[in-house]
Design a protein around this ligand. Structure first.
Ligand SMILES: CC(C)(COP(=O)(O)OP(=O)(O)OC[C@H]1O[C@@H](n2cnc3c(N)ncnc32)[C@H](O)[C@@H]1OP(=O)(O)O)[C@@H](O)C(=O)NCCC(=O)NCCS
Length: 377
C-alpha cells in the first residue's frame, strides 16, 4: 500500500473537489439534478417526480410515477414506537432536534437495517422521504396542543404535509408553493450536510446514520439554519425605515447577514428567483403584520450597494414560509423535508462505490510536553 503525499487543503476545503457524483451539479448561477436544470423542473414537476429522478436516476413515466407515489404514500404513517419518542421529547426541543432524533430512532425498526445494498438503500430512501413530513407535522401539531393528523394517501407529498401540519388552516397556496420549495431544496451537490452524510456513509454506517449526520449539519446557521436566522434578523429590523441603521451596525460588527452569500454562487443563486417571486406574491396577499418582503427588498439593495453578496436559497424561502402561515422557527426543518431525497441519493451513490473519506490534519499544538502527576499541576 503506497502512501499519498499530504497536501494542505485550503481552509473550509474551498475549491477542493472531494467526491465524484452523478446526482447533481452546482456551478455559479446553474444548478442541475441528474442533467436537468432546476429551471426545467421547478415550474413543472411534482416533488415525487424529482425524488424519483434523484433516487432512481430518471424521471418516471406515468406508470412508474403512480407506483412511486403509491409506495411513498404507503410509508407515511409513523409507528407507535416513533410517535412515542416524539411525545416523550422535551417540549423545548426544536423541530430539527426532533427530526434528527426520530429519524435516527427509525433505524431500529427498519426492515433493511444492516443492509447497505443498492436495492435496500432505495427502499430505505423511500421510507425516509415518506416519513419525514409526517414527523415534522406531528411535531408542529403537538406543540400547538393538537393531536397528529393521519396521512391521506389521496394527496400528493406537499399537499399531504400541509394538511397533516395545518389542517383547515393551511394557506390556499400552501401545497403548490411547498411542492416547488421542496424541489428547489432537494439537492445541492457537496454542500455541508450532504458531505457530512457521505462521510458517515463512507464508514459503511447505514443510511439512517448518514441522514442523521446530514440533519445535524443542516441545523447550523451557516447552512440551513440561515432560513430561521433570516426571520430573526427581519424581526429585529422590524421596518423598512430601520434598514440603513441595521446595515451600518452590521457591517461595523462584521455580522454575517443570514440568507446572503454563498461558497459556490458568486453572482446568483438560481433558486432565489423562484422564492423571491413566491414571497412577493404572498406578501401582496397579506394585509397585516410586519412588512417582511419590503424589508427584505430594502435590505438587499442597501447591502449590495456596499458590497456584493448574492442572496441564497434561504433568504426568500424564510419569508415564503412565513407568509404561508408557517411559524418562523420551522424554515430549516421544511428545508430538510425537501433535502432528504438528495441526501439519500448521495448516500446510495457513496455505498455503491465506496472508499473511506479520511483526510489528515495539520497539527498546530505544542509538542514534547512532560507528564506531571495531578498533585503537582
Ligand atoms: C454561506 C457562507 C457560509 C459562505 O461562506 P464562505 O464561502 O466561507 O465565505 P466567507 O465567510 O469566507 O466570506 C468571504 C467574505 O465575505 C463576507 N461574507 C460572506 N457572507 C456574508 C454575509 N452573509 N454577511 C456579511 N458578510 C459576508 C465575509 O465576512 C468575508 O469577508 P472578508 O473577506 O472581508 O473577510 C457565508 O456567505 C455566510 O456565512 N452566509 C450567511 C449564512 C447563510 O446564509 N448560509 C446559507 C448558505 S446557503
Amino acid at each position: 500500500m503506497s502512501k499519498a503525499t499530504p497536501v494542505i487543503a485550503p481552509r473550509g476545503l474551498e475549491g477542493v473537489v472531494a467526491a465524484a457524483t452523478a446526482v447533481g451539479a452546482v456551478a455559479d448561477g446553474n444548478l442541475q439534478y441528474r442533467g436537468y436544470s432546476i429551471d426545467q423542473l421547478a415550474p413543472h414537476a411534482s416533488y415525487e417526480e424529482v425524488a424519483h429522478l434523484l433516487l432512481m436516476g430518471a424521471l418516471p413515466n406515468a406508470a412508474a410515477l403512480t407506483a412511486f407515489k403509491t409506495e411513498l404514500a404507503g410509508h407515511r404513517a409513523l409507528s407507535p414506537f416513533l410517535l412515542g419518542i416524539l411525545e416523550n421529547m422535551s417540549p423545548r426541543g426544536t423541530a430539527m432536534d426532533v427530526l434528527r432524533t426520530v429519524v435516527s430512532a427509525s433505524a431500529a425498526e427498519d426492515e433493511d437495517e444492516g443492509d447497505n445494498s443498492h436495492a435496500a438503500n432505495l427502499r430505505k430512501a423511500v421510507r425516509l422521504t415518506a416519513k419525514m413530513p409526517t414527523i415534522l407535522a406531528a411535531y408542529i401539531r403537538r406543540r400547538a396542543g393538537e393531536r397528529p393528523v393521519s396521512p391521506d394517501p389521496a394527496l400528493g407529498h406537499a399537499a399531504n404535509f400541509a394538511q397533516m401540519a395545518f389542517g383547515d388552516k393551511a394557506h390556499p397556496r400552501a401545497a403548490e408553493v411547498l411542492n416547488t420549495c421542496f424541489i428547489l431544496q432537494a439537492e445541492h451537490g457537496l454542500n455541508a450536510s450532504t458531505f457530512a452524510a457521505r462521510i458517515t456513509a463512507a464508514t459503511l454506517a447505514d443510511m439512517h446514520a448518514a441522514v442523521t449526520a446530514g440533519l445535524a449539519a443542516l441545523k447550523g446557521p451557516l447552512h440551513g439554519g440561515a432560513t430561521d436566522g433570516t426571520m430573526r434578523m427581519l424581526d429585529e429590523i422590524g421596518s423598512v425605515a430601520a434598514v440603513p441603521t441595521f446595515v451600518d451596525k452590521s457591517f461595523a460588527s462584521k455580522y454575517k447577514f443570514p440568507g446572503f452569500g454563498h461558497r459556490v454562487y458568486i453572482n446568483v443563486d438560481p433558486r432565489a428567483k423562484y422564492l423571491r417571486r413566491f414571497a412577493g406574491e404572498l406578501a401582496a396577499m397579506t394585509a397585516k403584520g410586519t412588512p417582511y418582503f419590503a424589508i427584505q427588498e430594502a435590505l438587499v439593495a442597501d447591502v449590495n450597494s456596499r458590497r456584493h453578496f448574492p442572496v441564497n436559497v434561504d433568504y426568500y424561502a424564510a419569508t415564503t414560509y412565513t407568509y404561508l402561515g408557517i411559524p418562523s422557527d420551522l424554515g430549516t426543518s421544511i428545508f430538510a423535508i425537501g433535502r432528504i431525497a438528495g441526501w439519500c441519493a448521495h448516500i446510495t451513490e457513496q455505498h455503491d462505490d465506496n472508499r473511506l473519506i479520511r483526510p489528515e490534519s495539520e497539527y498546530t499544538g505544542p509538542t514534547g510536553r512532560v507528564w506531571t502527576p495531578v498533585a503537582g499541576r
